[in-house]
Design a protein around this ligand. Structure first.
Ligand SMILES: NC(=O)c1ccc[n+]([C@@H]2O[C@H](COP(=O)([O-])OP(=O)(O)OC[C@H]3O[C@@H](n4cnc5c(N)ncnc54)[C@H](O)[C@@H]3O)[C@@H](O)[C@H]2O)c1
Ligand SMILES: O=P(O)(O)OC[C@H](O)CO
Length: 343
């Protein structure tokens, strides 16, 4: 049996933490994976030097995951085609707004038996419909795509603080391979078959996190946060039931990708942090994203707009008061107090 050749598409905060996991596991499971893992890095200058050169020399992504050493078998590559050439396992971990452009460039360069896994927390949503990123990747690259999502703040995972994560993979054999690619004693994976539910949870929790950040900005306490989390969970499940029907299992909301991710993202995530600052400083979201995140990308406000466009087109915003209120506060100058008054 030939060894799986892994590539990672993306190198932000999560992409870098995941590179550490994957680099360790490809060395540990030499019976299954080639050791060398190429990682596509969106090239940029850091102190006048290419980020890829720094990563390959220092074995550290000094911009997106400072202070964490990456295994030496992780090789940063600035050209996306070169990074994915003949890969059999492709890990997608880019902010959701960049997925389509990157996939288009990769067409025709993967191994014929390639499979992918999406770690992206977002949905491709327009007024005409909603598409999961696994579907988008399958459509463009014509390969099957699983999903991984969980209560996983990148900095904590990189510091090896115990957590869990969920892989949704319809193909049981591929699920076992992805399990070996990601699972460690501090990053425990549960594999389920519901890759649709896993991705819905990962995308929609970001909108809830923005709402939770608003309540922090208002100085409300844990009880309010718990109410936002509970309402958010209900709307996430309702969204799944209404638009994906039997493809989403209720049990998935009890996995790490569901309730657990809501708790962590509403406590320690970037969406929460920027939303809190939106209330306390009065600055626009895009300004705060630049000031507070050092190049990292906010997903929740964009997803709030996309979800709202989708629901509006179906005249269904009233059925999702939390999602709609987050949208109104960010994009329509609704008073931030609406986050409790209108849900
Ligand atoms: N950071 C976390 O804790 C975390 C945890 C779990 C899941 N996620 C999800 O993982 C996905 C990736 O997030 P991240 O945290 O790795 O990224 P990030 O927000 O930290 O970094 C942004 C990345 O986008 C790249 N970029 C900037 N402009 C680009 C362009 N025009 N084209 C392509 N790439 C460009 C940057 O180089 C950088 O690598 C997101 O969907 C996120 O929700 C993040
Ligand atoms: O920092 P956030 O808000 O993008 O959330 C990070 C992870 O998704 C938490 O699991």
């Amino acid at each position: 049996m030939s060894l799986e050749k892994v590539c990672i598409i993306g190198s932000g905060n999560w992409g870098s933490a995941v590179a550490k996991l994957i680099g360790t596991n490809t060395q540990r499971h030499g019976d299954l994976f080639e050791s060398t893992v190429r990682q596509w890095v969106f090239e940029e200058k850091v102190n006048g030097e290419n980020l890829t050169d720094i990563i390959n020399r220092e074995h550290e992504n000094v911009k997106y995951l400072q202070g964490i050493k990456l295994p030496e078998n992780i090789v940063a590559v600035p050209d996306v085609v070169e990074s994915c050439k003949d890969a059999t396992l492709v890990v997608f971990v880019v902010p959701h707004q960049f997925v389509r452009g990157v996939c288009e460039k990769m067409k025709g360069h993967l191994a014929p038996n390639a499979r992918a896994i999406s770690l992206i927390k977002g949905l491709e949503i327009t007024s005409s419909g909603t598409r999961l990123f696994s579907e988008e990747i399958e459509r463009i690259l014509n390969i099957p795509c699983a999903a991984l999502s969980g209560a996983n703040i990148a900095d904590e995972v990189a510091k090896e603080k115990f957590c869990e994560s969920t892989i949704g993979c319809p193909n049981i054999q591929d699920g076992q391979i992805f399990h070996r690619l990601f699972d460690t004693n501090y990053f425990r994976i549960n594999v389920i078959q519901d890759h649709v539910g896993v991705q819905l949870c990962g995308a929609l929790k970001n909108v809830v996190a923005v709402g939770a950040g608003f309540t922090d900005g208002l100085g409300y306490g844990s009880n309010t946060k718990a109410a936002i989390i509970r309402r958010g969970l209900m709307e996430m499940r309702k969204f799944g039931q209404m638009f994906f029907g039997d493809m989403v299992q209720t049990e998935t909301f009890f996995e790490s990708c569901g309730a657990a991710d809501l708790i962590t993202t509403c406590s320690g995530g970037r969406n929460r942090k920027v939303a809190e600052a939106f209330v306390t400083t009065g600055k626009p979201i895009d300004v705060l994203e630049k000031e507070l995140l050092n190049g990292q990308k906010l997903q929740g406000t964009l997803t709030a707009a996309e979800v709202n466009e989708f629901l509006s087109a179906r005249k269904m915003v009233a059925e999702f008061p939390l999602f709609h209120t987050v949208y109104r506060i960010v994009y329509e100058n609704a008073p931030v107090e609406c986050i409790v008054r209108d849900i």
